[in-house]
Design a protein around this ligand. Structure first.
Ligand code: APR
Length: 226
């Protein structure tokens, strides 16, 4: 079975009603990302960071996967499919994708500030005073700017095994995620679906300048008919 690797970013969830990071004058829901998504912000303004992610979590629980998330599930009829997402939402999982790797963490999980491997499902607000079993504060299970990306290595290994790469809804500005394209085998066909595609052209790249809910089902249909 051929392997398809999908690298998704915020744009795939835009039509579900979740804002992207960089489409709105560089502000994310009214905030500079460093103000809410960095270890310094956590040290200096914990309440703001907790409330920001609490709002994101509540909002996530009100939205649904869209046609792009759903179309990727259909690919599993014919291919081994590995989703690598930069998104912290669970819309790929809710659509039904079997293999989803989250590069930047997950909104519906919390983790201990004492032991980063102590991660738990968490659907409610995280509040000051919510502790892990070691009596240490819980934090959002999110990779903030300046933090290590522990899932990068397994993601790169998947890319190295890809027969086809689909990239959807990412500005390709954040590393190391954007560097994953360099791990796919030479000549591997790539599809890039984004209304404002930001990628270097090359011979095996097909650019589809469309929104995800329209462009992804088209690419999936093409791949299923091959
Ligand atoms: N369909 C497809 N793509 C879309 C749509 C849509 N409906 N709407 C917007 N886009 C595209 C934009 O053109 C842009 O290229 O989605 C991309 C969103 O880019 P970013 O906001 O930079 O999101 P992303 O690339 O996922 O950001 C990477 O940055 O802040 C960090 O950790 C955060 O994972 C995130 C990382």
């Amino acid at each position: 079975m051929k392997k398809i690797v999908v690298l998704s970013g915020a744009g795939i969830s835009a039509e579900s009603g979740l804002k992207t990071f960089r489409d709105d004058n560089g502000l994310w829901e009214g905030h500079n990302v460093m103000e809410v998504a960095s270890p310094i912000a956590w040290e200096n303004n914990r309440e703001l960071v907790l409330e920001f992610y609490n709002q994101r979590r509540r909002q996530l629980l009100e939205v649904e996967p869209n046609a792009a998330h759903r179309a990727l599930v259909a690919l599993e009829e014919k291919y081994e499919v590995q989703i690598i997402t930069q998104n912290v939402d669970d819309l790929h999982e809710r659509a039904g994708s079997s293999n989803v790797l989250h590069l930047h963490g997950e909104l519906l999980k919390a983790r201990s500030t004492f032991d980063e491997n102590l991660v738990m499902d968490w659907r409610n607000d995280i509040k000051s005073g919510d502790f892990c079993e070691h009596h240490m504060q819980l934090r959002p299970h999110i990779v903030w700017f300046g933090e290590a990306v522990p899932m990068f290595q397994p993601a790169a290994e998947h890319c190295a095994m890809a027969d086809v790469l689909i990239i959807v809804g990412t500005s390709m500005q954040v590393y190391p995620a954007a560097g994953l394209v360099d791990f796919v085998p030479q000549g591997c066909p790539m599809y890039f679906i984004d209304p404002k595609p930001n990628i270097r052209e090359h011979s095996s790249l097909h650019i589809i300048s469309k929104k995800a809910a329209e462009g992804v089902p088209q690419v999936v249909e093409r791949l299923l008919s091959q």
